[in-house]
Design a protein around this ligand. Structure first.
Ligand code: GLC
Length: 417
């Protein structure tokens, strides 16, 4: 468990599992339990109710955990390390998959999740659900990084949305007037999303963090140039505010939504929020794939899905629920109520959804560009190293080449262990 985490956890969650495990069948029902992110929009509660009506023998207990994903990752890890059955299934970020699978904490789902069924899901989400050739997760939320831009401001200058790094810098410089209007905001804080920002730029320049053979390539010129571009955005071109070094998704969104930035890198969830009544940028925003360097646009594959705990006594019941949540109808409810982007291809062609949210077509196109972060059990440690070095470069604490050479060396050490 990360140091100090216990200070933030509700007391109930710190009790030994034996004290907090709900009886499975006191009332003849099987209880299946999982730790979830806060149910913004309320779709999951509605779906649980429907599922329980259809399956009177099963009770689903959703424990809404803290909103920070790494805190929930630690909570799952703590429970699984002790081989407890406090969670029958796990709601997991795609970035946790390899670690959880390699530790033997998840049940392979090949017996449940048939290959023909997998084909109905977006390929990137399925690729991010596999480890060593086995499938461990049913994806239920797709995510991919993209570029938001102010349609009105670009149009007023006769500009089209940028496709390349240079075009973004040129447009940002032309339009911005800091401190009230900045050119480009992104998630510059030292945390997981900073790695996603960096990788999208590195991939878009033909670079790589670790290739398929396991070679660490983060110190190669393609990746170094990507980091240099991020540094230049803040320090040389001054199109990003100095405060961007503290931004997570929500800080970037607030600045952009308040009308104080021309461009923003973020995830699809921000779209719906910016279209709400009262949003200063409602109707003024467009989306395009992330800008690229010498390569092609790339998007980090984000997203969430369900795996079954290797320690669960009720894997079949857990499967039933996962299957229900990830049906076409389940994903449709989740999108319409909570903006959760579907992982099933068919939902993107649903006439009702297309009518309510025509922009889902553009989001779909961007999702086809997604690439997973390295599917390594050591990814959490690799990510910590990348976060530290990228953040140091953005803070002006060293040259990108030197910092990424150090990162490469440290990552090679981690992968050897
Ligand atoms: C989003 C993505 C997730 C990623 C996180 C980083 O939630 O879905 O995969 O790790 O952002 O902040």
């Amino acid at each position: 468990m990360r140091k100090g985490l216990e200070l933030f956890l509700p007391a109930i969650l710190l009790l030994p599992a034996s004290c907090r495990k709900a009886p499975s069948s006191a009332d003849g029902k099987v209880t299946i339990r999982y730790l979830a992110n806060p149910d913004v929009g309320g779709a999951t509660k509605v779906l649980i109710k429907k599922f329980e009506e259809k399956n009177p023998g099963i009770h689903v207990e959703m424990v809404e955990g803290p909103s920070a994903p790494n805190t929930r990752e630690d909570m799952y890890a703590t429970s699984f390390m002790a081989q407890e059955d406090s969670y029958d299934f796990a709601h997991m970020d795609v970035a946790w998959l390899a670690k959880f699978a390699a530790q033997g904490w998840l049940k392979p789902l090949d017996g449940y999740f048939a290959a023909q069924e997998q084909e109905k899901f977006l390929p990137g989400d399925i690729a991010g659900s596999k480890f060593n050739g086995k499938i461990y997760r049913v994806p239920n939320q797709s995510d991919g990084g993209l570029l938001y831009y102010r349609k009105d401001l670009l149009k007023a200058r006769g500009l089209t949305p940028p496709r390349t790094w240079d075009e973004l810098v040129a447009a940002a410089k032309k339009i911005q007037s800091p401190p009230n209007l900045w050119g480009y905001v992104f998630e510059g804080k030292q945390y997981e999303c900073l790695v996603c920002n960096f990788l999208e730029l590195a991939w878009g320049n033909g670079g790589e963090l670790i290739d398929e053979k396991g070679q660490v390539l983060i110190d190669r010129p393609e990746a170094v140039q990507a980091l240099q571009w991020m540094v230049d955005a803040v320090h040389k071109h001054k199109i990003s505010p100095p405060g961007v070094l503290t931004y997570q998704e929500e800080e970037a969104r607030h600045v952009f939504q308040e009308g104080q930035a021309v461009f923003m890198r973020n995830w699809p969830y921000a779209w719906e929020l910016m279209q709400k009544e009262g949003s200063p940028v409602k109707g003024k925003v467009g989306i395009v794939p992330m800008v690229h360097g010498k390569g092609r646009s790339a998007a980090a594959l984000g997203g969430w899905g369900f795996g079954i705990s290797a320690f669960s006594k009720h894997p079949d019941e857990a499967w039933k629920f996962i299957e229900f949540l990830t049906t076409h109808e389940g994903q449709k409810t989740a999108y319409l109520m909570s903006g959760i982007l579907p992982t099933r291809k068919s939902v993107y062609a649903d006439p009702e959804i297309l009518k309510a949210s025509p922009q889902i077509k553009d989001l779909y196109n961007i999702l086809s560009l997604t690439r997973p972060r390295p599917l390594s059990p050591a990814y959490a440690r690799v990510s910590d190293i990348v976060q530290l070095k990228v953040s140091a470069a953005l803070s002006g604490l060293g040259e990108p080449q030197k910092l990424l050479s150090e990162a490469a060396q440290e990552i090679r050490g981690v992968l050897k262990r």
